[in-house]
Structures are given as structure tokens and as C-alpha cells.
Design a protein around this ligand. Structure first.
Ligand SMILES: *[C@@H]1O[C@H](CO)[C@@H](O)[C@H](O)[C@H]1NC(C)=O
Ligand SMILES: *[C@@H]1O[C@H](CO)[C@@H](O)[C@H](O)[C@H]1NC(C)=O
Ligand SMILES: *[C@@H]1O[C@H](CO)[C@@H](O)[C@H](O)[C@H]1NC(C)=O
Ligand SMILES: *[C@@H]1O[C@H](CO)[C@@H](O)[C@H](O)[C@H]1NC(C)=O
Ligand SMILES: *[C@@H]1O[C@H](CO)[C@@H](O)[C@H](O)[C@H]1NC(C)=O
Ligand SMILES: *[C@@H]1O[C@H](CO)[C@@H](O)[C@H](O)[C@H]1NC(C)=O
Length: 386
């Protein structure tokens, strides 16, 4: 016989016995107490059973637990508050609750003064613990795991776009424990840095909502120069209690550069002292990072995170070589070439003159004089070209 709520009420009215029905929401993998109280009158017999099949969950009589008939799935996971039984407390503690525990439990008590019974409807929820977001090719993907019942996923962008432009495809799958994973994707609209993509994962009963947003941008920085990497929190971000974290991605690993805590207003640096944020600006939602002199090309991540909400900005910093230095270098190289050319012309001229003079009759020692005159010039030419 299936115990529908109406059947329970009719049964209770008809039998004139005390019976009640309560609801309890257990958290997946945690302990849970199924309430049952009675009017104590000695010689208690307690039978907890599960569903209409009356699978034995826990039995107690002759002042002791009797678990020999207990259904296998509850083995080692149940207990009563034995010292409180004499006071009328027959509540059941169920350890490490799982999805198969969902259902209706029956608490039957018999004492010297008759029978009492009640029902407990058990629900098990696995709350949302985290939401991840990433760019995958020309899509943004948002995912979350280990949730029960299955959550809903929704997307918006900042600045807003018409919702029909933002078509999402969401896949929900259950793992062997019965918990749901969701993955939802939307196509990038226009240029990647045009929008911030905001993904919200909401629990089935609407009591929990996690929001994660991602913005991807690219900036150019001059080699070895200073740079400000922008990171502005969304207007909807709660600026009362959050942390700001800046990191650099090296070999697929995230290396924290600094963190800022809005409650302590303290910045904690990790490694480089040449990176900073401005506390007053951060507290008003501008987490831009100032990197002094040490800019490295690569991906910098900025994260504003607070309770159930996170805003991420991924910035690809490209380095362009310092231009001033290079053009200066070109100029001095051109100068050297010009000097060499002038010297070469001069040497050539001198050699022609020398050749002409040799054609004329001359005193025997004049050749050595000319050769001696030419020595420093050659040396000078060699110096200029080296
Ligand atoms: C029974 O005792 C337990 C442990 O103190 C308590 O958590 C529970 O609320 C009690 N239940 C009733 C019905 O009094
Ligand atoms: C994307 O950005 C590039 C350069 O920043 C620009 O030339 C182009 O028009 C943009 N495209 C769209 C669709 O906004
Ligand atoms: C980083 O991860 C990508 C894919 O996950 C992989 O192809 C690549 O080899 C990794 N690079 C390093 C340096 O570990
Ligand atoms: C954010 O702060 C940086 C650094 O002080 C500043 O350069 C930038 O203009 C600020 N941006 C906004 C939108 O206020
Ligand atoms: C920046 O780096 C250059 C050389 O790389 C160094 O001479 C200079 O002192 C540095 N400036 C600061 C403020 O660290
Ligand atoms: C700040 O938020 C964290 C969780 O993000 C929470 O644990 C903490 O209690 C909050 N503190 C205050 C003062 O609200």
C-alpha cells in the first residue's frame, strides 16, 4: 500500500491514533535527522521502515537495537538517540545521505499504552558548490557538477544583447551517484572583447543562484615598460565582501600575483613587488593592475569573487618591442656606414694619387713615407667598421 498524504490523514483519523507527517531536506553526503517523537510509557518498540515496501531501516526493542533484518543500503548508517528514547525521542540519525535515501519513512512505536506512528518525507539536495566558465574556440562554456536535483542554466551579456541572439545549448547528465552535471555553451557574438558573458546556475527550487562571468581582452604593452591591465567588476557585483585575485598563467598553471581583501583592505603580494592595485579604486569596483617595468607577455587573470558570484577577466598581454631604442640603433648604424664609406673613398683617392706619383720619377725614400702616412688611416677604417 502506497502512503499518499491523503491516505495517511484518513488512516490517522480513522484509527484515532496520533500520527503526523514531516518533511526533511538532507544535504547529500551529510548526516540527517528524521524526527519522531512519542509519549513515553515504557517497553518501547521502535520500527523505522522505508517506503510502502516497508524495507527495515532500524529496529529497537528490549532496550536494544536489532539490526539483523536491516536493509543492506542502510547498513552502518543509522542510529537512534538511545539515551533519549525513555524521554520520547525516537528520531533516526541517517549518516552520509545519498540520492537513494529519497522517499517516505515510517516511524512506528508501540508502548505499554498503545501504538503511535508518524511519517517523514526525506528529500536530498546536493547544493551547487562552484561554477566554472571558459572560452572554448568560438564558444563560452559554463559548467557545474554534483548537483541534485538538476539545476537550470541561463545566460546574459554585458552590455546586454537580445536573448534570441544568445542561443545556449545545455547538456545535463547524471553520474553514478545520481548527481547532475550541467554544461552550457553560447556562441561568441562579434569580437570576443565586445561582451562579458554572464552564466547563472540556479537550483531547482530557486533557493541558490551562482553567477560567473567572463570577459576576454587583449592589450599591447611596450617591452619592459609599465602597463595598466584593466579589470572592472560588473555593476551587479556585490562590493561589500569580496576578494580580488590577480594571477599570471605560466605553463598552464595559475601563479598568484596579488590578492586584495575588501574587508581588511589589505593587498597581499606573492612574488613581484612591482605589481599593485589601488585600494580605493578596487573598493569601488576597479581592480585594474598596475605592472611596473616587469611586464611579461602572456595571460593575466583577474577575479572578483564573493559569495556565489565571480567575475573573471582574462587579458592576453602582447609585447611590442620598445620602438624608440630600435630607431635610435638604426640611426647610429647608418652613421657608422657613412663614416666607413667616406673613409673608403678617401683611401681610394689616396691610392690613386700614390699610384700616379709612383709613375713619376721620385727619390728612393719617398715610398716608405707614403706607406707610413697610410697606416693610421687603415687602422682608423678597421676601427670604424668593427
Ligand atoms: C531527539 O534528539 C536529537 C538529539 O538531541 C535532536 O536532534 C532531535 O531534535 C530530538 N527530536 C525530538 C523529536 O525531540
Ligand atoms: C573586431 O575588431 C577589429 C579590430 O579591433 C575591427 O576591425 C572589426 O571591425 C571588429 N569586428 C566587429 C564585428 O566588431
Ligand atoms: C597546456 O594545456 C594544453 C591543453 O590542455 C596542452 O596542449 C599543452 O601542452 C599544455 N602546456 C603545458 C606547457 O603544459
Ligand atoms: C581604473 O583604475 C586605473 C588605475 O588607476 C585607471 O587608469 C583607470 O582609468 C580606471 N578605470 C575606470 C573605468 O575608472
Ligand atoms: C626598470 O628597469 C630598468 C632596466 O630594465 C632599470 O634600469 C630601472 O631602474 C627600472 N625602474 C624601476 C622603477 O624599477
Ligand atoms: C564574507 O563572505 C564570505 C564568503 O564569501 C563569508 O564566509 C563571510 O562570512 C562573509 N563575511 C561577512 C562579514 O559578511
Amino acid at each position: 500500500m502506497a502512503w499518499t498524504p491523503t491516505a495517511v490523514i484518513l488512516f490517522c483519523v480513522w484509527t484515532f491514533i496520533e500520527c503526523t507527517e514531516t518533511q526533511v531536506v538532507c544535504t547529500f553526503s551529510e548526516d540527517c535527522v528524521l524526527q519522531c517523537s512519542f509519549k513515553a510509557a515504557g517497553e518501547e518498540v521502535i520500527h523505522w521502515t522505508f517506503t510502502h515496501k516497508e524495507d527495515p531501516v532500524h529496529a529497537y526493542y528490549h532496550d536494544a537495537d536489532h539490526l539483523e533484518h536491516q536493509d543492506q543500503r542502510f547498513k552502518g548508517r543509522t542510529s537512534l538517540f538511545n539515551d533519549l528514547i525513555k524521554a520520547g525521542n525516537a528520531s533516526l540519525r541517517l549518516r552520509n545521505s545519498n540520492i537513494q535515501d529519497i522517499g517516505r519513512y515510517h516511524c512506528y512505536i508501540s508502548t505499554n499504552k498503545g501504538d503511535q506512528e508518524s511519517w517523514v518525507n526525506v528529500e536530498v539536495h546536493a547544493p551547487i558548490q562552484s561554477v566554472g566558465i571558459e572560452m572554448m574556440g568560438d564558444e563560452v562554456s559554463c559548467s557545474s557538477q554534483g548537483i541534485y536535483p538538476a539545476p537550470r542554466v541561463s545566460w546574459i551579456t554585458d552590455p546586454p544583447t537580445q536573448s534570441d541572439m544568445l542561443k545556449d545549448s545545455t547538456q545535463t547528465s547524471a553520474d553514478p551517484r545520481g548527481l547532475y552535471s550541467v554544461q552550457s555553451r553560447v556562441r561568441i557574438l562579434g569580437n570576443i572583447s565586445d561582451h562579458t558573458y554572464v552564466c547563472s546556475v540556479t537550483s531547482a527550487d530557486g533557493t541558490q543562484e551562482w553567477t560567473t562571468s567572463l570577459r576576454q581582452q587583449e592589450i599591447n604593452s611596450v617591452n619592459e615598460g609599465s602597463v595598466i591591465i584593466p579589470c572592472i567588476a560588473l555593476r551587479t557585483f556585490n562590493l561589500h565582501n569580496f576578494t580580488l585575485t590577480w594571477a599570471f598563467i605560466r605553463a598552464n598553471k595559475s601563479e598568484v600575483i596579488l590578492t586584495f581583501d575588501s574587508l581588511t583592505k589589505q593587498t597581499v603580494g606573492h612574488g613581484t613587488s612591482q605589481a599593485k592595485v589601488y585600494p580605493d579604486q578596487v573598493l569601488s569596483g576597479n581592480g585594474s593592475l598596475w605592472l611596473q617595468n616587469t611586464t611579461q607577455a602572456g595571460t593575466y587573470t583577474c577575479s572578483f569573487s564573493a559569495f556565489q558570484i565571480q567575475h573573471l577577466v582574462h587579458t592576453h598581454v602582447k609585447l611590442t618591442p620598445a620602438r624608440k631604442k630600435e630607431s635610435g640603433g638604426n640611426r647610429s648604424r647608418l652613421g657608422v656606414l657613412a663614416v666607413i664609406a667616406v673613409l673608403a673613398l678617401w683611401i681610394a683617392g689616396m691610392m690613386i694619387m700614390y699610384a700616379r706619383r709612383r709613375d713619376k720619377p721620385s727619390p728612393p725614400n719617398s715610398t716608405t713615407e707614403d706607406a707610413a702616412e697610410m697606416e693610421p688611416m687603415r687602422r682608423g677604417g678597421a676601427k670604424a667598421s668593427s
